[in-house]
Design a binder for this molecule. Sequence first.
Ligand code: NDP
Ligand code: OXD
Length: 309
Amino acid sequence: MTTLLFVSPSDNSEAWRGEIAKRLPDLDFRVWPDAGDPAAIDCALVWKPPPGVLAGLPNLKLILSLGAGVERLLTDPTLPDVPLVRMVADGLTEDMAAYVVLQVLRWQRQVDAYTEQQRAGVWKQLGHKPASEVRVGILGLGVLGEAAARALTPLGFQVIGWSRSPKEIRGIETLHGEDGLVALAARSDFLVCLLPLTDQTRGILNAGLFATLPKGAVVINAARGGHLVEADLLAALESGHLGGASLDVFAEEPLPAGHPFWTHPKVHVTPHVAGITHPSRCSDHIADAIRRAETGQPLLHVVERGRGY
Ligand code: NDP
Ligand code: OXD
């Protein structure tokens, strides 16, 4: 029987306890800081655990991340060297694909402009480019990037994706490597970031990349704030080279009061909600990982620490 320690300053432990108990009734579910005997804990389910907490569990065998992105965990030098499984769940993937579709459509169909017109009682058709003429470049073709690409394609958008290694996805043009990035940017009316945050991807949304985008392009960042050089985005919006940005993630979260993004007319801010890990939709994944660990089956979605995702 597994003894699990739940460590998250922001998630609802009781909701997770209830959903996981439906799937694993024998699990001993403890909530940090009430861990009891640390030596009894063999599995930790975590989001932003304070550094050092997991190192205090001498018999830990498995770390399950409540998030898909694990960069914060990997910066803890005391993180125990046991398998780290990241969140991959249909509920999260569907949420993210819907967020990307929503953001592409809101700019393409001029939702903000029509909202303003409505407030002013103005009846005026503004027109829009048909989806078949709109190119969406997606950085990251993993679980979430591929799902976003697959959600946009049936709506008629031209989708190009970029990954580290070469990929083949039916109906979607794929590129990789440095040259692939420049080629993708040059043809992206929308640039969507769904990359993990690593040493290679930090600051990738910068002035150099923006300069290669077509004039009027829109940047959508739903990955991590560390991907974006905020000053470069503001300058590119100011110059009129970029047409707008939808940002769900920020270098500092919550986005500080007074930050220029809050009031920028070309920036749409959401509070890190593009993909939510609902306990009811994501507990199958957690239960599956625990069962696999208990029965010695291979774990799925294990983070490769060397590459950072
Ligand atoms: P995956 O690990 O499944 O996919 C990552 C993709 O990025 C892969 O295609 C990978 O390439 C590519 N990649 C990684 N490094 C590079 C690089 N140096 N150059 C080019 N491509 C690269 O991750 P997910 O799709 O599950 O998640 C992506 C990120 O989304 C998470 O790390 C997290 O930060 C963010 N996220 C945000 C949420 C939100 O609410 N805003 C919710 C959930 C996640 P390859 O296929 O070759 O390995
Ligand atoms: C995640 C997130 O990584 O919520 O899952 O950002």
